[in-house]
Design a protein around this ligand. Structure first.
Ligand code: UDP
Length: 235
């Protein structure tokens, strides 16, 4: 079983059935799933996206300066991190927000050692603000943090069951991979994460499991090795 995990949640999935922002029902479901796994004694770091609120690239399309747009996106991830920490705390699961750049007292400033200290105390470390740098994504932020905190695996919670030959929401003939190597992702041109994130994981041998976090109980199944999702490995 994994001792320490880095869970990546996309901001978009926090929208649930809404068009924008945070769906409190979805948020509560995520918090419950996370608590179940924390109670098994697994150390959990979480990186959360911000796409439900703001994305730098779409801002740039509307005339925003890209760097400022990305900073707005990083603030959006922090809003989601605060919402998740609040949802966890309300069900009795301690959690702390660590931010990539100093925003005290909204969160404490992230360092590898701070994050490990928090996790070793049985609290969830919610790592907000992505990498802290523009032109990156939270997928890359989560790959980076996963490596830094020496996680055994990066779990990418999505709304599909894993990695498919094509987008299963668009192509009904698409089939799912149970496992796939990093190199196959490049060669088949699969859009799992951006290449920066995939390359960081590959170069530092951080396995990834892509799975459907929107089905309650799935996070626990992944932890129990029940063959949920798609494993990305070195081969
Ligand atoms: N962002 C950034 N640097 C990072 C992480 C995120 O500039 O290290 C910005 C970027 O503008 C991005 C936004 O934050 O569009 C939200 O993150 P992302 O799109 O990865 O969120 P998700 O798709 O997971 O909801």
């Amino acid at each position: 079983m994994y001792k320490r995990i880095l869970l990546k949640l996309s901001g978009e999935s926090l929208m649930g059935s809404k068009q924008y922002g945070i769906d409190e029902v979805r948020l509560a479901e995520y918090a419950q799933q996370i608590k179940e796994v924390a109670e098994m004694g697994v150390q959990i770091g979480i990186v959360i996206g911000g796409g439900n609120i703001f994305r730098g690239l779409s801002g740039a399309g509307k005339g925003f300066d890209r760097v400022k747009g990305d900073q707005m996106g990083m603030l959006a991830t922090t809003i989601n991190a605060l919402a998740l920490s609040s949802a966890l705390t309300s069900i009795g699961q301690k959690a702390r927000v660590l931010t990539a750049v100093n925003m005290f007292p909204i969160g404490e400033q992230y360092s590898k050692w701070k994050a490990i200290e928090v996790m070793e105390q049985g609290e969830i470390a919610i790592l907000a603000g992505g990498t802290g740098c523009p032109y990156f994504t939270t997928d890359t932020g989560s790959a980076l943090r996963g490596i830094e905190i020496e996680a055994d695996v990066m779990l990418k919670g999505t709304r599909v069951d894993g990695i498919y030959t094509a987008d299963p929401e668009k192509d009904p003939t698409a089939t799912k991979f149970d496992k796939i190597t990093y190199d196959e992702i490049y060669h088949k041109g699969l859009k799992v994460m951006d290449l920066t994130a995939t390359t960081l994981c590959r170069d530092n041998k951080l396995p990834i499991i892509v799975f459907n976090m929107d089905k309650n109980g799935n996070l626990l199944k992944v932890m129990k090795g029940e063959g949920i999702g798609t494993l990305v490995y070195e081969g």
